[in-house]
Design a binder for this molecule. Structure first.
Ligand code: URA
Ligand code: CA
Length: 441
């Protein structure tokens, strides 16, 4: 049997065997199977889906297509977190030190990437001196010493994913749950995670637009983890409005520090505690409620902030940033965005707010874009908050006045104010484990 038979099988709704999936992925990455045949197979998958076993096999075949990070020198169970992406998602900057403060090893590989703001590495580079360049031995040593290190992702992980994703992008086959699930999980597994906590976002500013699709994606990823021996837990969280108040690189570093000090925005703090509780629960094999109490205590007694200080120093950064935000790159212009009527914020369109930050220069549109770490959007109100006419609802941090004027008009369009009271939206919709789904909202 060959590729034509595998396409036909999938077209007719049958399952491919483990060996067939391995041969398909290996044949594709080694250039023996052409794009047009893999396109046809991907389209067949789009319509017919894949069984849980096939999805797990595809994931592991993608993992085996490239290098795998060896974290065996690090003591303890390594739990990784992945977010499917949102606007102003500052969680990694908070969760790393917070979870490490509980003694759980945090060996984080992050990226830069495209988006409304930079990736975690870009954000951390707003701290003068901060470096994510280190060898594997040095990386493991730091995690063993202070429970946390953060480095750039190696480029040679999961080459099959890069190739498949590029093909899916031009063949209208991105939106397939088994293909998305295997793509995401393969990268986490190749990065050396023993267990995985997923933040699957839904809503206007997320990849998945509604709860049902987010739940399905999460269930597919949890099932993969279960099949391949990497316990996985997923939270489904709301991304109709940005998370926290800050959308921008230096602004988010400041927001993370505030949150580690116990004075962060309520939604960001809540999501970090919820995700962190599952990370610590998986690492220490304790109930999530007990893990959450530990995390809360680390926020309250200053240990989490102290861990952030250690982390910054360990990676060459200027720890003065913790007590003095002016150490961070400062935008020359601060432009207030003023409410034109009184009432209650009824929507803050996440995607548009993200695009405003990007237009100010906070993110990358193409790989070549240069980020301005100082710029972004700071929201003073969130959905459900009361607002007076003439009150400042947001501040734009900009490097050019004319650009800020354009963005100000755009941001105002993204904010809706209602004369009636608005209930703040629930942040966490549900938690999905291998045992099922628990609804929280
Ligand atoms: N993100 C990924 O990493 N892979 C997908 O297929 C879709 C979103
Ligand atoms: Ca934020």
């Amino acid at each position: 049997m060959g590729m034509v038979d595998w396409i036909r099988k999938k077209r007719d709704g049958q399952e491919l065997t483990t060996a067939e999936i391995e041969q398909l992925v290996a044949g594709y990455t080694e250039g023996r199977i052409p794009d047009y045949q893999v396109s046809a197979w991907a389209m067949a998958v789009y319509f017919q889906g894949m069984s849980a076993r096939e999805t797990a096999d595809l994931t592991m075949a993608i993992v085996k297509s490239g290098a795998q990070v060896d974290l065996s020198a690090i003591h303890g169970k390594k739990v990784d977190k992945h977010s499917t992406g949102g606007v102003g998602d500052t969680t990694t900057l908070v969760l790393g030190p917070l979870v490490a403060a509980c003694g759980v090893p945090v060996s984080k590989l992050s990226g830069r990437g495209l988006g409304h703001t930079g990736g975690t590495i870009d954000k951390l580079e707003a701290i003068p001196g901060f470096s994510t360049e280190m060898g594997n031995a040095d990386f493991s040593k730091r995690v063993n010493e202070i429970s946390i290190a953060l480095a750039g992702q190696s480029k040679d992980l999961t080459p099959a994913d890069k190739q498949l994703y590029a093909l899916r992008d031009v063949t209208a086959t991105v939106d397939s749950i088994p293909l998305i699930a295997s793509s995401i999980m393969s990268k986490k597994i190749a990065s050396g995670a023993d267990s995985i906590v997923l933040d699957v976002k839904y809503g206007q500013g997320a990849f998945m637009k509604n709860e049902e699709d987010a739940v399905q994606l999460a269930q597919a990823m949890v099932a993969i983890g279960d099949q391949v021996g990497r316990e996985t837990v997923a939270l489904i969280s709301n991304m109709n409005q940005p998370l926290g108040q800050a959308i921008g690189n230096a602004l988010e570093v400041q927001e993370a520090i505030d949150t580690l000090r116990g004075r962060g925005p309520q939604d960001l703090t809540e999501l970090c505690l919820a995700l962190g509780a599952h990370m610590v629960s998986l690492a220490k094999d304790i109930p999530a409620t007990e893990a959450r109490q530990q995390l809360q205590a680390k926020l309250t007694d200053g240990t989490a902030l102290e861990k952030f200080r250690q982390f910054v120093v360990s990676q060459g950064g200027d720890a003065a940033v913790i007590d003095d935000a002016t150490v961070l790159p400062q935008a020359p212009y601060r432009i207030p965005v003023i409410a034109e009527q009184a009432g209650y914020i009824s929507s803050l369109q996440a995607e548009e707010v993200g695009l405003c930050a990007m237009q100010l220069g906070a993110g990358r549109e193409t790989k070549e874009s240069v980020i301005d770490l100082s710029v972004g959007v700071l929201l003073h109100k969130k959905v459900g908050d009361a607002v007076e006419m003439g009150e400042e609802v947001a501040t734009l941090y900009a490097n050019e006045q004319s650009k800020a004027e354009q963005v100000r008009a755009r941001l105002l369009q993204a904010i809706s104010i209602s004369s009636e009271m608005v209930e703040p939206p629930a942040l966490i919709h549900s938690v999905i484990t291998k045992d099922g789904i628990q609804y929280l909202a």
